[in-house]
Design a protein around this ligand. Structure first.
Ligand code: ADE
Length: 230
């Protein structure tokens, strides 16, 4: 998979692409990340990429020209899935991460300022938000998308590190996990996990998942119950 990111702050992606699982996925050619600083594409003498809003109002608006020029400079942009990250988009979910992990080429536009010139939207397929809050810019949101998509690309995460039991995959949050030591400051690992009885262990895991989901995410719990016709 190839992902091009249109951003005014490519340095923000350092660390993200040089560490841990992302770095390994890039090294193994499972994903290629290409950062495009669209300021370099502006026709403006002073390298401006924003301007005052027509009709007045607070803040600056991202101009269409630099974004368009940067976009069409990307090889194969016509066939790529073109996404804008913004708080106005549809919410990113685990389901969406799986869907997007099958796409060969994605282009993500990170915005700043008060908003985008509406005509920018004509060149993109849709808009994605990472949640109901506003960030100072789209870079963190783009990284969230890229991370969430990349980790579910087959072979990025080994079987041992599997994501099959991730929270959300079955509309439930994950059950608790324990590792050694068996006792820490008097806190004991639940007995059921130590007896090797897989049926009992699985029942315990499901019960804990249900308990946690009901408590902290009643919306998900309801969805799970409905999905299981209960
Ligand atoms: N840019 C600013 N806030 C955002 C959000 N919540 N999601 C995606 N992009 C954003």
């Amino acid at each position: 998979m190839r992902i091009d990111v249109l951003t005014l702050f490519p340095n923000m992606f350092q660390g993200f692409i040089t560490e841990s699982i992302m770095a390994r996925a890039i090294k193994n050619n499972l994903v290629e990340i290409n950062l495009v600083d669209f300021r370099e594409f502006t026709d403006s003498k002073h390298k401006k990429v924003d301007d005052y809003p027509f009709g007045g109002g607070a803040g600056m608006v991202l101009s269409v020209q630099p974004v368009h020029s940067a976009l069409i400079s990307i090889k194969g942009y016509q066939d790529a899935l073109k996404i804008i990250v913004s708080p106005q988009g549809e919410t990113f979910t685990q389901k969406k991460a799986y869907e997007l992990s099958n796409v060969k080429h994605i282009i993500i536009l990170c915005g700043h300022y008060e908003g985008y010139d509406e005509r920018i939207r004509d060149y993109f397929d849709y808009e994605v938000s990472i949640g109901d809050y506003v960030l100072t810019g789209g870079e963190l949101a783009a990284m969230v998308l890229i991370d969430g998509i990349t980790r579910v690309i087959p072979e990025v995460i080994s079987k041992d590190e599997s994501h099959i039991n991730d929270s959300f995959n079955n509309d439930l949050l994950e059950h608790p996990h324990y590792t050694r030591p068996r006792v820490f400051e008097g806190k004991e690992v639940p007995e059921v996990l130590l007896n090797g009885h897989h049926k009992l262990i699985n029942e315990w895991k499901l019960a804990k998942s249900l308990e946690k989901t009901k408590k902290v995410r009643p919306d998900l719990y309801k969805k799970y119950r409905e999905g299981n016709n209960e």
